[in-house]
Design a protein around this ligand. Structure first.
Ligand SMILES: NC(=O)NCCC[C@H](N)C(=O)O
Length: 425
């Protein structure tokens, strides 16, 4: 990638006005944002696991080793890996931005403006900027603040709850808080309280980081929206069609609002396909049950289709009134994909080979959650050996990564990556 003087980015034959560019799920991946799991995982304890959306406590040294392996695979394939903590620290170098960020994170964390707020603000500001970022991510324990600084009754009372600031253990799933569509992005209002502050990092990075700030990047939906949407539900099928899961995390209202915004402002997207999936913990986002791995190939967990293969699918398109959309109902996913991608056939590759036990077991550990790094080339977890074999049998190149600890957070390679730039296909 090189940057010319008129700030036009050029990647192979693709010319870009903005430093974000995603027009498919499968185009050659050039730049991706990751977060190396850190101390925030060490602040998980059994009592709060469910609320913090974990099923178990990963062993930090191993989870980091596995994550480094994942990042290494991507780097070896020539992909630029950006790290969330580094971008955030560079963004907060500016003192005014740093203070504003801390104010916002504290008020969103529910710190009392007259008491804990000031103590926490002074405490965070006393660290170098990289450490501020890591502290905000890891959470602040009540025991970290010196006793003599506590002046309010509720600060003096020992209290049962251990944190002033909750940890953000789900940060390594960079897919969800924000997602690039075309040359803009959604900075998401996340459904679960435990994850809601995560998208603040991306809001600041896009607005203030030197790599992005000068471009005035379009934000299709911001984090101040009323209705929840998460990146794991946002799939870019082609430059003119996106699919969005109607899931336990993403609401139909957010999808319609996004469609209106894209049709009014984005220029290329002609349709948004809303795909309903069962609202369950195992299937929290569309990408936990359905991902694109080649021009005409998709992984799918068979359990999202009814006994007759039917599902509830709606195609949203432009209407004459720019504030409205036309909606057509459909019920067959392969038929919809053939229609919107103009393909004669679609190849569905069932998670776990479609075996009732293997598919449920491997889906639980993200067997359908593949990260495409080029057409027909995917990164997957090694533990999902039945699904990986199926992918290979369908002509896909599968790059496996170790996954005994990473998988405990209930997300796979797609969830752990936020593509920033892909070549067009
Ligand atoms: N796109 C994804 O499916 N991300 C996985 C998120 C897992 C995380 N523990 C969560 O429950 O939000």
């Amino acid at each position: 990638m090189r940057q010319s003087s008129n700030t036009t980015l050029e990647i192979s034959k693709t010319k870009m006005k903005y430093p974000l560019h995603i027009t498919s799920e499968i185009g050659k991946l050039k730049t991706v944002l990751l977060h190396r799991p850190g101390k925030e995982l060490e602040n998980l304890i059994p009592e709060y696991l469910e609320r913090l959306l974990f099923d178990d406590i990963p062993y930090l040294p191993t989870v980091q080793k596995e994550h480094d392996y994942f990042a290494g695979i991507l780097k070896n394939r020539g992909i630029e890996v950006l790290y969330l903590d580094k971008l955030a620290a560079e963004t907060l170098e500016d003192e005014k931005v740093r203070r504003q960020f801390i104010d916002q994170i504290l008020s969103e964390s529910g710190a009392n403006p007259n008491g804990t707020y000031n103590i926490l603000k002074d405490y965070l500001l006393s660290f170098p900027v990289e450490e501020i970022v890591h502290k905000v991510m890891a959470g602040v324990l009540k025991t970290e603040i010196a006793e003599e600084k506590k002046t309010h009754l509720y600060e003096l009372m020992a209290g049962h709850y251990p944190f002033y600031l909750d940890p953000m253990p789900n940060l390594y799933f960079t897919r969800d808080p924000a997602a690039v569509i075309g040359e803009g992005l959604t900075i998401n209002r996340m459904r679960e309280e435990a994850r809601r502050r995560e998208s603040l990092f991306m809001q600041y990075i896009i607005k203030y980081h030197p790599r992005f700030a000068k471009f005035d990047i379009p934000v299709w939906l911001g984090r101040g929206e009323r209705f929840p949407i998460e990146g794991g539900d946002e799939l870019i099928l082609s430059k003119d069609t996106i699919a969005i899961g109607v899931s336990s995390r993403t609401s139909a209202k957010a999808i319609e609002n996004l469609a209106v915004q894209l049709f009014q402002r984005q220029g290329e997207i002609q349709r948004v396909v809303a795909v309903e999936i069962p609202k369950s913990r195992a299937f929290m986002h569309l990408d936990t049950v359905f991902t694109m791995v080649d021009f005409d190939k998709f992984t799918i967990h068979p359990a999202i289709q009814g006994p007759d293969g039917n599902m509830r699918i709606y195609i949203l398109e432009k209407s004459e009134d720019p504030d409205q959309v036309n909606i057509r109902e459909r019920n067959n996913l392969p038929a919809v994909l053939k229609e919107v991608l103009h393909l004669p056939e679609i190849d569905f590759i069932p998670c776990g080979g479609g075996d009732i036990i293997a598919s449920a077991r491997e889906q639980w550990n993200d067997g359908s959650n593949t990260l495409s790094i080029a057409p027909g080339v995917v990164v997957t977890y090694d533990r999902n050996y039945v699904s990986n074999e199926m992918l290979r049998n369908h002509g896909i190149e599968v790059i496996e990564i170790p996954s005994s600890e990473l998988s405990r957070g209930r997300g796979g390679p797609r969830c752990m990556s936020m593509p920033i730039l892909r070549e067009d296909i």
